[in-house]
Design a protein around this ligand. Structure first.
Ligand SMILES: [Zn+2]
Length: 268
């Protein structure tokens, strides 16, 4: 049993999705969270979660898309979506001060940073209001993200830091706020410096796995698309780096996800 804590199943055409889910189950994936990037993709994820017993959904507006809403983000629509029964988190939300991969915009622009922060804060408040954990996107922004989590009291709901990349100090800061870490394909690339040490610093009971499918394929996949069934290879790479038993790490990926997102088990 393995859990894919973070993917984007709405990105697959329906015919393709059937194969993707069959392949995922064939390698032992028993639980998946499909994550929204705006209202449309969040609704798409909910539709899949409603149809598939092993899929749950998260609802949110991604920091890459915030500049598309000059008159403010659609918070009422997000709230309405978040009330749907198979929604287990608010995400993916956060800050990206590095690079918008969709538009090529750099977030070194302070005006774009300000817009992202205001959208992030509104969605953190929504998460508190609905008592839902959050799924965080944080790139070159851990300091601001952890400060805002503290300011908004989000430690009461917790959640996951998606495709986590950072230092052991960042790990310690998020642990203090009650967060877990989802590790993805970045463990299959050469260490840019210090990263593998960070992977080893994540507490075993806070470690989750993600495919981020269809994005970010592992090194040498030979394809521009990833899939949830890549998770076995990614998990084995994580286990090798940490000196963990792969099957134990896979079992932990399920237990830890259920603890991080308690509504998977129906808790309100
Ligand atoms: Zn994602």
């Amino acid at each position: 049993m393995i859990a894919d804590a973070h993917n984007h199943l709405d990105k697959y055409a329906p015919v393709e999705l059937a194969t993707v889910l069959t392949d995922a189950r064939a390698v032992g994936i028993e639980l998946m969270v499909t994550v929204g990037m705006d209202c449309e993709t969040s609704a798409g994820g909910i539709a899949i979660a409603d149809a598939e017993d092993d899929v749950y959904a998260a609802v949110g507006l991604h920091p890459w898309l915030v500049q598309d809403y000059p008159d403010g983000i659609p918070i009422d629509e997000l709230r309405a979506l978040a009330w749907r029964p198979n929604v287990v988190a608010i995400g993916e939300i956060g800050l990206d001060f590095y690079l918008n991969k969709f538009t090529g915009l750099s977030y070194e622009d302070p005006e774009l940073q300000r817009k992202q922060e205001s959208a992030f804060r509104a969605q953190l408040q929504l998460a508190r209001e609905l008592e839902l954990p959050v799924i965080l996107h944080s790139k070159s922004a851990h300091e601001t993200v952890t400060r805002m989590l503290g300011e908004e009291g989000v430690d009461s709901v917790g959640g996951c830091v998606q495709f986590f990349e950072g230092t052991p100090d960042d790990v310690a800061r998020y642990v203090e706020l009650g967060f877990t870490f989802t590790l993805g394909s970045s463990v299959t690339f050469p260490d840019p410096g210090g990263w593998f040490e960070t992977v080893r610093s994540v507490p075993t009971d806070r470690l989750l796995l993600e495919s981020d499918a269809p994005y970010l394929p592992y090194a040498d996949k030979g394809s521009s698309q990833s899939a949830p069934d890549d998770l076995r290879l990614i998990g084995e790479a994580v286990a090798r780096l940490r000196g963990d038993e792969p099957e134990q790490l896979f079992a932990g990926s399920v237990e830890n996800l259920r603890r991080a997102l308690p509504r998977i088990d129906g808790a309100r």
